[in-house]
Unconditional design. Sequence first.
Length: 377
Amino acid sequence: MKPKQTRRAASKGAASSDKKADKARGSHRTEASPSAAAGAHVTLRDVAIAAGVSPMSVSNFINDRRGAMRQETRDRIQVEIERLGYRPHTVARNLRLSRRLSIDMVIIDDAPLYLADPFTTHVVAGLSNCLNRRGYGLQLQGISAEAFPDSPLVRNIRSDGLCVQLSGSAESRRAIIAKLLRLGQPMVVFQETFKFRGADLCIIRQADREGGSMVAREALRRGAQRVVMLVPEVTWPAIGERVAGAREVIEATQPAPRFEIVGCGKADYNDTQKALGLHIDANGYPDAILAGNDQMGIAAMKLMAAHGRRVPNDVVITGFNAFEFWQFTDPVLTTIHSPAYEMGARGGEEILARLDSGSFDRREIVFPVELQRGEST
């Protein structure tokens, strides 16, 4: 028996020496464990053996605890995860972190086709892509402000955090946010102007008031004396800010041009043309049309062309948001560039950072906007 024990001890010693030599040279073993090689379910330990690191290192990599980890180690682990086809056990991971790896996005909008709004789709896309990169899912809920109080939606929310974008009166928006805050989840609110002192939330918005001032100055630069602003009937805080910015610039001008607000129903092509046409029948043609978004601006441009009014010679027209289609107009629409996608992505970053740290670093983040001067002014 003794010789066998000696040989076994010698074998162990040689293996130990090999491991030390591998570590000294910075090398690692690329052979998977028998379970991985046999095509069985690949485990975290299999990845660790193949990458030549400890299981704890693989766990830290998967759970984004990589602060002190060398880039070389990260690369090795990533290569072996992809080569072996390793997938973390999501349920076990959720239990360890006490997280569901899911964020809810609640959109308060009266329109059944709420995702047809380009601003909303850009925000959702930025948010979703950011969350997906970190292994989180996004659950999307759309509901009207009127239906919200009696909806089971709030009772059914089962996520790690909330992102919200609201329309409706100031009173209804405050009530909805207060109800959502009672869930005890961190919240990111897009495009809101209220302040909620002490609440566990972060507001992310763009400088809509400044954007409204920019388009108003464009109209006045062309000498406009009668300015019309087109807005949807549904109250959006961002639209209110755009109107306020335009009004401030116009009323500060001496003599102040005439400034009128025209509600355009659902703000789609037909409602916008109908509302603007009725306004023109009653009040005559304006010198400038400031549209609350690009869709209404394009509808106004088409109507003016049908009436034989030249843009910008007879009437100046501006839009707002500068999403992809604004450049397809003839003449090209002057508009304001909205960083909606970037806002959505930042919302994802902020909610995940809050889950890691326990508090929001900033209570409000305001993105600047930029004038995109086209040929319509």
